[in-house]
Design a protein around this ligand. Structure first.
Ligand code: ADP
Length: 257
């Protein structure tokens, strides 16, 4: 009888602990949703006044009788405002891909097209920098299941990072592969590399490496957070391998169509 009482007592205790943990998880989730909504609202509210500031700056810059100092100040202000627009747009996209109420509508997406449209966007930057980009396609078309715009964004962000963090004269390779139930997109570079401790923090909002070579490049630290969320909501995964001073490889596994 003593044993039964003891077991019952423990069972009740376990049930209470479970209930408390369950409630805590719910509260944390609600807080996280609130954070996401707050971020989206703030970003949205900042966007309109900022567009108006940019419009006025452009108008002032077009004026013919400006002194050199005024012109320099105006263009510095415009660069600052453009940077803010980029952060706001990235925050809005991040909140969109974090929103569970807005799930992916999955359709077959040809990754060959995704790579081609990403190449359209980044090839000028690569050329200007003197970085060669090789595209290695598979023998057959590689088709994933997902949202074409979001997968475009994954490929563009990975490719533009690869170019940004690779010195002139070196190369970047984007490769497509077909697995059994998977479509693979592999983006590798011969760039500055990422330390093991930094690799673990990739994809955290606003994370930027303290590596001086990385800091020298402009960025918001939101690009990989967006990539990570998009891959997660596609039920895919991403592996990162890197050696400092030699380069990095980002391998994206997506469900095949
Ligand atoms: P950012 O706008 O700073 O490039 P990301 O979220 O795209 O933001 O990347 C976060 C950080 O990860 C970068 O600041 C950089 O330190 C590091 N990183 C990303 N991609 C690469 C790469 N291909 N090679 C080296 N470092 C990289």
């Amino acid at each position: 009888a003593l044993d039964i009482g003891h077991d019952l007592g423990r069972a009740i205790l376990n049930a209470r602990t479970f209930e408390r943990e369950h409630r805590l998880v719910g509260e944390l989730k609600a807080l996280d949703d609130y954070k996401g909504q707050l971020l989206a609202t703030v970003a949205h509210e900042l966007k309109n006044p900022l567009s108006s500031v940019l419009g006025h700056l452009e108008m002032l810059e077009a004026s013919p009788d400006l002194t050199g100092t005024t012109r320099t100040s105006l263009s510095a202000m415009e660069r600052g405002a453009q940077r803010m627009v980029k952060v706001i747009d990235d925050l809005l996209l991040l909140s969109k891909v974090e929103d569970a109420a807005n799930p992916v509508i999955a359709r077959p997406v040809a990754l060959d097209d995704v790579v081609a449209s990403a190449m359209d966007l980044v090839s000028v930057a690569a050329q200007n920098k003197g970085v060669t980009v090789h595209v290695v396609r598979a023998a057959e078309p590689v088709v994933a299941r997902g949202d074409a715009d979001e997968l475009d964004r994954v490929c563009t962000n990975l490719l533009s990072n690869a170019i940004k963090y690779t010195p002139a004269g070196r190369s970047v390779t984007v490769r497509l592969e077909k697995g059994d139930d998977e479509a693979l997109l592999v983006c590798s570079d011969e760039g500055i590399g990422i330390s093991a401790s930094d690799v673990e923090r990739l994809g955290t909002e606003f994370f930027r490496s303290t590596n001086p070579e990385a800091v020298a490049q402009p960025g918001t630290g939101l690009g990989l957070a967006i990539v990570r969320r998009i891959i997660e909501r596609h039920s895919g995964r991403m592996e990162v391998t890197s050696t400092l001073g030699e380069g990095s490889t980002f391998t994206v596994h997506l469900p095949a169509a």
